[in-house]
Design a protein around this ligand. Structure first.
Ligand code: MG
Length: 317
């Protein structure tokens, strides 16, 4: 009886250990058809949050926060948004940007959480992006934890220009890292996924395309467009989303948010919510008096933060 109890307890322990160590559980990710899969080829949905711009909310770029987001918020992935625009961005001050990004990336590796290295920009900077991602792939590409997001949200660029950019940056990454997943943005704030469906990149493996939604602005139209792309075989990753209006502010539409998440879960799409920051806007999840590292009590988590934490707990626990 004692032996049986030991077996049961060790099984429960093992299951829990798996549940809270996503990279141990899923390993080296791969893309099969439209689906993100684990090392064995089984479908995987990653769910997590994005930190805000490193140059606006640098205090949240620390190693302890990854542990809070993994253990308290049940994140299997964390996105580090390296600002390429706005004052003190990576192009102006690369050493400070890396000083912010490094503890988050390295803590994710240590904690066995997936981490997205996000080139957070609205403008095309091909040579700078190639140099940066080459450097990241060389340094971190052997770790299954790393996901590269090469261009957060294009605004003015055509899909033709973006394809050319993506081919160059992915080519650079693949010199050093043959397999980790690369996320590619599509025109108009990652909404024109139908253009990708008509003409996806060719010749690269483990590439996914990003769709971003803000549920109080984007409803059935963008959901249907996203679903149509997935049904045509396009691998979609929601690398940023909010329950608010597209500005990041305004009302929170919990009903539309629920429809979005239900669609992601039905189609096997990974989703990430924006953002861990303390700005006075409704998509910002924390109050200014929240500590930089967490864990955070409910009274410093704002309405949207509580909604996200609840969703992560429901689907990722
Ligand atoms: Mg690799």
């Amino acid at each position: 009886m004692k032996k049986l109890l030991t077996i049961i307890l060790s099984c429960v322990f093992a299951c829990n250990a798996n549940a809270i160590d996503p990279v141990k559980q899923y390993g080296q990710l791969q893309v099969k058809g439209s689906q993100l899969c684990d090392k064995r080829g089984n479908p995987v949905i990653l769910r997590g949050v994005s930190l805000g711009w490193h140059n606006l909310w640098p205090r949240f770029y620390n190693k302890e926060i990854v542990q809070t987001l993994k253990q308290d918020w049940h994140c299997s992935v964390v996105r580090a948004a390296m600002g390429i625009m706005i004052e003190d961005n990576y192009l102006e001050n690369p050493s400070y940007a890396l000083q912010c990004m490094t503890p988050v990336i390295e803590s994710a590796i240590k904690q066995n959480v997936y981490v997205i290295i996000d080139w957070h920009s609205h403008i095309l900077k091909t040579e700078e992006a190639k140099a940066f991602f080459g450097q990241m792939a060389k340094k971190y590409g052997k770790n299954p934890h790393i996901i590269y997001e090469i261009y957060n949200e294009p605004v003015e660029d055509t899909w033709t220009d973006l394809k050319k950019y993506a081919a160059e940056v992915i080519g650079e990454i693949r010199k050093y890292d043959k397999d980790n997943v690369v996320l590619v943005g599509c025109p108009h704030w990652d909404q024109d996924i139908h253009l990708v469906a008509e003409s996806p990149l060719e010749g690269f493996e483990n590439v996914m395309y990003t769709v971003h939604f803000y549920a109080a602005t984007h409803g059935d139209d963008l959901r249907q467009r996203t679903e149509a792309a997935v049904k045509r075989g396009i691998p979609v990753f929601i690398s940023e989303s909010g329950a608010t209006e597209a500005s990041g502010d305004g009302k929170i539409d919990a009903e539309s948010e629920e429809q979005w998440i239900a669609m992601c879960e039905r189609l096997g799409i990974s989703w990430i919510c924006w953002s861990i920051s303390d700005k006075n806007e409704s998509c910002s999840m924390l109050l200014p008096r929240a500590t930089a590292t967490g864990p955070w009590a409910d009274d410093v988590i704002k309405v949207y933060g509580k909604l996200v934490k609840g969703l992560l707990e429901k689907y990722n626990k």
